[in-house]
Design a protein. Structure first.
Length: 204
């Protein structure tokens, strides 16, 4: 039998916060012990890969890598959860910015228009992996060059898909949202709760 807690294959403080919000207890399984180590999952888009296929592939890779870690360490058997978020504009995948200039480029691209946010969730239990994908749409108002510069200077876009945090200062840029707010943050709670219940984890 599974214990009534899970392993979370993510360092994201936002995902930890969201799981606590719905009363799920978890233990972190870090996929990358230190920046000098290679990534466990190749997050570079493949040639011709659609954004939807991309986010699912990366998420399945993350959860499988975490399962492998739990087995190698002979940890207690529990469900393993992983997630990945990507922002899509004009069918172009906008991942985490490489630097400040890249963050500004992404913000210029999505300013004054609509973009999609895709978050895939995977839960591994036993010998199978189940997945869900949440799609949300976000509209940004027009942004002046100085607004983009000041926002990038805050450091908030670092390590954020699409170079912004919906729960942070970028909320002042957003005029409309359709879909899952928690999904835009990085973990769609309705889909996550459904997957966890199917693996024996009680979610209120």
């Amino acid at each position: 039998m599974f214990e009534k807690s899970i392993y979370l294959a993510s360092r994201s403080p936002r995902r930890r916060e969201l799981l606590r919000q719905i009363g799920v207890t978890f233990e972190i399984i870090p996929l990358r012990e230190a920046p000098r180590y290679p990534a466990d999952v190749d997050e570079a888009p493949l040639a011709g890969e659609s954004p939807d296929a991309y986010v699912l592939r990366v998420t399945r890779g993350k959860v499988q890598a975490a399962v492998n870690i739990t087995m190698a360490r002979r940890l207690a058997v529990r469900p393993v959860l992983a997630a990945d978020t990507t922002v899509v504009c004009d069918d172009v995948i906008l991942g985490k910015p490489a630097n400040a200039a890249d963050a500004a480029r992404m913000l210029r691209l999505i300013a004054g228009r609509e973009h999609r946010v895709l978050t895939a969730v995977a839960v591994a239990g036993g010998d199978h992996i189940e997945t869900r994908v949440s799609e949300s749409r976000v509209w940004f108002r027009t942004l002046a060059a100085d607004e983009i510069r000041r926002y990038v200077a805050t450091g908030e876009p670092t390590d954020k898909a699409g170079a912004y945090a919906v729960q942070g200062r970028a909320a002042a840029f957003i005029t409309r949202i359709e879909g899952s707010y928690s999904g835009i943050m990085g973990l769609p709670l309705a889909e996550t709760a459904d997957l966890l219940r199917s693996h024996g984890i009680s979610v209120p």
